[in-house]
Write a protein that binds this ligand. Structure first.
Ligand code: T6T
Length: 325
């Protein structure tokens, strides 16, 4: 510290052992705010983030709410801002409702990076719009994921028949984009598939299960369902099972919790599209750290998918993408 003080007094950069200003001497605190804490997707993201934090000697703070809901998430964000972390990684639970709350972090000088979901239109650092202030967006390509789901479901039902999307609620970037990609692919490539009205379940698997049964009661010729996230897919699958339609109503699932292995093996789920949440967390922390140490960072990082079905679910190179509980 004494050396640093002397160096500073003569206008020299303070480097070397004992220096307070040397970047590597500072242990950066990086906060990760998930959509909700009890979701295998975010639990897996946290693991990747922790691995990066350990490698870089940073501290990771994981703080979130019990529900995927902006009303629950905003107070958590406020509490995190009050702790003044060096950077915030967040999966915003609504494209518009998180803009002003996140601007508070930005205005307080805390760099913001969004992971999984985005605010505004997801195009950051463009100088346009009210929501372009986050430094980066790190996520799956959710429109592509929706298109992949459509192809898988169309193939599973032989290219024709009625299907619908079991979804969370409008206003969530990821699940909105999956539905958009799903419908676009069906319209462009599978004209004999009819996509019924989307059922919104508020991230409640029980609700998704009853909705499946209600849709089936109205459409005895229902052929398939796309569960657009973990709880939607789990619930829709349970609904198919409860209706005694395992294998008859095809299920394509977004996300891959551990239960997906059984559900694929029993034939309840045809295909699961696993995201790579650990990669999202890892690159989130690496990006924040790079920015904090003066490096420029990419404004967007796309992570991949692994398509899981009966033919590959036992392969360790595939099974490693099944989420941690
Ligand atoms: O599908 C993920 C995530 O990508 C989405 O934004 C919200 O739901 C999950 O967390 C799964 O439950």
């Amino acid at each position: 510290a004494a050396i640093a003080a002397v160096a500073a007094s003569v206008g020299l950069p303070a480097v070397g052992p004992g220096s307070v200003a040397h970047a590597q001497d500072k242990k950066f605190t990086i906060a990760l705010i998930p959509g909700l804490t009890t979701d295998a997707f975010y639990i897996t993201m946290r693991k990747g983030a922790q691995a990066a934090a350990d490698a870089l000697g940073a501290e990771l703070v994981f703080q979130g709410g019990p529900e995927f809901n902006p009303v629950v998430q905003v107070p958590v964000l406020d509490a995190v801002i009050a702790r003044k972390p060096d950077a915030i990684l967040i999966a915003p639970t609504d494209t518009t409702q998180l803009v002003e709350p996140l601007r508070k972090a930005h205005d307080a000088g805390i760099p913001v990076i969004t992971v999984d979901t985005f605010i505004g239109n997801g195009k950051y650092q463009t100088g346009a719009g009210d929501a372009d202030f986050p430094l980066a967006y790190i996520a799956s390509d959710n429109v592509l994921g929706g298109r992949m789901a459509a192809r898988a479901l169309a193939n599973a039902i032989g290219g024709e028949g009625k299907v619908y999307v079991s979804n969370v609620k409008p206003g969530i970037s990821t699940t909105d984009q999956r539905e958009e990609g799903f419908k676009a692919e069906m319209a462009e490539s599978f004209p004999k598939v009819t996509v019924l009205e989307t059922q919104f379940n508020e991230n409640d698997a029980n609700k998704a299960a009853s909705q499946l049964q209600a849709v089936f009661a109205r459409n005895s010729d229902l052929k398939g369902v796309f569960g657009a996230n973990l709880f939607s897919a789990l619930g829709a699958g349970n609904g198919v099972q409860q209706a005694g339609q395992t294998g008859a109503i095809k299920v394509v699932a977004f996300d891959a919790p551990t239960s997906i292995v059984d559900n694929i093996n029993t034939g309840l789920v045809d295909v699961a599209i696993a995201q790579h949440p650990a990669e999202i967390g890892y690159y989130g922390v690496v990006s924040a750290y790079a920015h904090l140490t003066g490096q420029s960072i990419p404004v967007s990082i796309g992570t991949g998918f692994t398509v899981i079905d009966k033919g590959n679910v036992a392969d360790p190179n595939v099974a490693k993408y099944i989420y941690s509980d």
